[in-house]
Design a protein around this ligand. Sequence first.
Ligand code: ADP
Ligand code: AMP
Length: 214
Amino acid sequence: MKIIMLGAPGAGKGTQAKKIAGEYNIPHISTGDIFRANIKNGTELGMKAKTYMDQGLLVPDELVVDLVVDRVNQADCTDGYVLDGFPRTIPQAEALTEALKKLGQKVDYAIDVNVPDENIINRMSGRRACVGCGATYHMVYAPTKQEGICDTCGGELILRDDDKPETVGKRLNVYHEQTQPLIDYYTREGILHTVDGTIDIDDVFGAIVKLLEA
Ligand code: ADP
Ligand code: AMP
């Protein structure tokens, strides 16, 4: 089962991708997490990516595509995977389609988690990320047991720089210009499924399971 998560920044792609990965025992591959891990480890890729991420811009396609193609070719991806945050541009989607075609494979589901812009600012300002393991919470909708402390690793929680309101507006514009066209792309491919992302986390997941098992 090869799944792509689509949706605006903060729509809940990562939240749902983790639940899908757990339910179906497939890897969750988040390009944002890969870049943040590279930034934390001070790699060259991380340093390059950071200059774009801090401005709310997309990292150039050439820094993303090979990384993802290599990752989905690893042994743990044989039974499928859930891609979260990739593709984000038409050239990325085309590169993925081509790379999979060479292997006689294709994406099975593109799931668009649909949340209007007006809800996104609220989502992002309440999102908190663990500096230790990268786990994501929400101050109101997905709180930790103990305020400010990660449930998983006990790490400190922070508001990501790119989740600050001044950057979120920019990221939403980038989403509409560069990523939203993927909805038409995957509609044409005949694999687009849209779920309402404004309802409770567990109800969004219920809708996703229903479509995956239909
Ligand atoms: P994305 O991966 O699309 O950027 P996240 O999964 O990190 O988004 O979700 C953004 C924020 O909104 C997080 O703080 C998350 O806990 C919260 N969130 C996710 N889904 C929902 C939902 N259905 N209702 C309320 N809050 C949600
Ligand atoms: P995310 O955690 O998915 O919200 O991603 C955080 C940031 O990482 C984005 O705002 C981009 O700057 C960068 N990024 C993640 N995935 C991609 C991608 N597929 N293409 C370009 N940039 C990306």
